[in-house]
Design a protein around this ligand. Structure first.
Ligand code: 6PG
Length: 240
């Protein structure tokens, strides 16, 4: 990892606004370059505030060269409230009229193992490649209180290290089938931002930042792209 930035904000709203400001700059630059850029969105609830603020502050022409993907998806239909794509569609894609031609969702309704292969093929065909891996311009990730990221969980680190760039996984608590990108493609990205808030995440953040305790058992500890940015609120950073 060449560059590691850690940004801590008093409130989650301020963290979101700071990230949105960075992303707006990225959008404006991509529109000037007039070259396609490939961005993988994370799932969960944290990105929702980012989607809403981007929908309010940007306009469709800002997104003209942006292709959207996902770091992971729940194996549910797009209309299900758990669908990461469904939430992004509602709060970002539809408000900004981003066309389907630039929205590359994971088919949560498909057979997981078959879809993991399809999505891997889509990424290999759609993204630039370096060292044999598709390269995202920007990957957004979150972190669970157990140290998972995307849909790779602490008891499934073998999936993080998988040769495949997209795999089927399972939420250890609910048993919900998931589809997730793996460590290789996530670490191949030009830029990865991890956004998280809340005191329930503070113990793992302490272990990961101080490299202590069981930190290596957390998939989040294995994120090592060339540029890694942490966006935290004070609650999540409360034990540092
Ligand atoms: C998912 C996510 C997952 C998420 C974390 C944090 O599909 O659930 O990709 O990795 O980022 O669980 O979720 P919150 O933002 O809801 O805390």
């Amino acid at each position: 990892m060449d560059k590691l930035n850690r940004y801590i904000y008093p409130l989650a709203d301020e963290m979101v606004s700071a990230f949105v400001c960075d992303f707006m700059r990225f959008l404006l630059e991509s529109a000037l370059e007039k070259e396609p850029v490939h961005v993988a969105l994370s799932g969960g609830s944290t990105p929702l505030a980012v989607f809403k603020e981007l929908a309010a502050k940007s306009s469709p022409e800002n997104w003209e060269f942006v292709h959207l993907y996902w770091s992971d998806e729940r194996c549910v239909k797009p209309g299900h409230p758990d669908s990461n794509y469904g939430q992004a569609r509602k709060h970002l894609i539809d408000p900004l009229a981003i066309p389907d031609s630039r929205v590359h969702r994971i088919w949560g309704e498909a057979h997981p193992a078959v879809e993991a292969l399809r999505y891997a093929k889509l990424l290999k065909e759609g993204l630039p490649e370096e060292n044999g891996l598709p390269v995202f311009d920007w990957v957004w990730l979150g972190m669970g209180a157990d140290g998972h990221t995307a849909s790779i969980f602490p008891d499934q680190l073998n999936l993080w290290k998988a040769e495949a760039i997209c795999v089927q996984s399972k939420h250890p608590g609910s048993g919900q089938a998931r589809i997730s990108l793996t460590g290789g493609i996530l670490n191949a990205a030009k830029r990865v931002s991890i956004l998280l808030s809340g005191e329930e995440k503070a113990p793992v953040i302490r272990e990961v930042f101080h490299k202590e305790g069981a930190y290596l058992s957390y998939p989040i500890s294995h994120i090592q792209p060339v540029l890694l940015e942490w966006f935290l609120d004070q609650e999540a950073a409360g034990q540092l």
